[in-house]
Design a protein around this ligand. Structure first.
Ligand code: GLY
Length: 423
């Protein structure tokens, strides 16, 4: 073997290659701030949901939020939030690729099987698409795939039972009293209902039968016509007569009939973006962008871009019909669930809109805020949920400033979308 000559050219060559090796090694170890953030959040998610899985062993009781004593509050299979736990488990599996998360996700998805027959309200799309819809991305077993698809087709049939062609929309709730007890809503449709349409589009693709997607399009077009105000803020509830005439435009979970409930505005941004993806109808893209512009440029949106529970809470010109003071709050709570789902919607919107970068940047700010100690739970706290500070329904004095399972779900979804986008 020839001895190494440490003089002249040979030495500088050696030094240069040593440097190159160390640079490429550190480049390999270096994670961008974005990757670091996503990694940190999923580390917290894994810890928290390990805890939640330990405390949630009854497959008929789906984690939703916390009770005052810190125990986990659950719902049964006929509510609207029961699909988000399975969905969150699928997202953790998507990020980690660890088989134990797939096993847990499968178990909690299959626990929802009977909800395919949910017809007493509109939320079957939320429940079944966040769970079985996500399962379709990861399940390889053809027998299971066929079974899941059959369940999704029945779920879409259940949704269609609530569609009256004369009205042109899926009825959200059966006739009921308005929140102020002054009106009886006959055919109430809420902005949230946009989120049930993705499953219908999927089932049309799956079966080749356009009827499901046709209903989705009809619903979205009528929602576009009647839920938006001229500034593209949204009414929460629109009530219809049997011939499709608009009877009332009100709220149920917002501050006042003329206010903008933050989560509802988020549902609009997300829902119309999704309908644009599914149809390429430019009207949906325009609606999504205008709703998003209202949201991100609103003077009451705090700097961290996590909204108050209602954009107009406590403001002059907005008169609540519930006793706002009865909630005995000394502050206006934020709604992290609205922040999380809006971040997810904006990230998708950023891929379609010409000026998409402003939506991307806003979403990025939302995710950074939600990843800070103000919103992200310290592992071992928050009863196993990931995010703090959401609001279910303040007028009903229910779930105020608590963790909510759907905040976690959309947060994880947004992180995964963020991971896939360059900005
Ligand atoms: N979809 C019900 C809610 O957002 O509270």
């Amino acid at each position: 073997m020839k001895p190494i000559n440490f003089n002249g050219k040979r030495r500088s060559l050696l030094l240069a290659s040593a440097l190159a090796v160390s640079v490429s090694a550190s480049a390999f170890l270096w994670l961008s701030p974005k990757t670091e953030l996503i990694k940190k959040d999923f580390t917290v998610a894994e810890k928290q949901y390990t805890q939640l899985l330990k405390t949630s062993t009854d497959l008929t009781a789906f984690p939703r939020t916390t009770n005052k004593d810190g125990s986990v509050k659950t719902t049964d299979v006929w509510d609207w939030t029961q699909g988000f736990f399975a969905g969150s488990l699928w997202y953790i599996y998507e990020y980690t690729n660890k088989p134990e998360w797939k096993a847990a996700a499968t178990k909690w998805t299959e626990a929802l099987e009977q909800a395919q027959f949910l017809t007493q309200h509109h939320d079957v799309g939320f429940v079944m698409y966040c769970s079985y819809g996500n399962a379709m991305k990861f399940e390889k077993d053809p027998v299971k795939l066929a079974q899941y698809n059959k369940i999704l087709i029945q779920s879409a049939e259940s949704a269609l039972t609530r569609f009256d062609p004369k009205v042109g929309l899926i009825k959200s709730w059966n006739a009921k009293k308005s929140w102020d007890n002054k009106t009886t809503w006959q055919y109430p449709v809420i902005i949230d209902n946009m989120m049930n349409l993705e499953m219908l589009c999927y089932v049309s693709k799956l079966t080749g039968n356009p009827k499901y997607k046709d209903v989705a399009i009809s619903h979205a077009l009528n929602t576009m016509k009647n839920h938006f105000r001229p500034d593209f803020s949204t009414y929460h509830v629109v009530d219809y007569a049997p011939d499709g005439k608009v009877l009332h435009q009100q709220t149920n979970q917002g501050y006042a009939d003329n206010s903008t409930w933050s989560r509802g505005q988020g549902w609009a941004i997300y829902g119309f973006t999704m309908m644009y993806r599914e149809t390429k109808d430019k009207r949906f893209l325009e609606a999504a962008q205008k709703a998003a512009d209202f949201y991100i440029s609103h003077p009451n949106l705090p700097k961290d871009k996590i909204p108050y529970w209602d954009f107009n809470a406590g403001q002059k010109g907005y008169t609540p019909d519930f006793d706002y003071n009865a909630n005995k709050l000394s502050y206006i709570p934020r709604d992290a669930s609205a922040g999380a789902l809006t971040a997810s919607g904006l990230l998708e919107l950023s891929t379609f809109a010409k000026n998409g970068n402003k939506y991307f940047k806003s979403a990025e700010q939302m995710l950074k805020s939600l990843s800070g100690s103000e919103y992200l739970a310290k592992p071992g706290t928050n009863s196993g949920f990931i995010l703090k500070h959401s609001v279910g329904s303040l007028p009903h004095n229910s779930e105020i400033d608590v963790p909510l399972i759907y905040a976690d779900y959309y947060f994880l979804e947004a992180l995964l979308r963020y991971q896939k986008l360059q900005g």
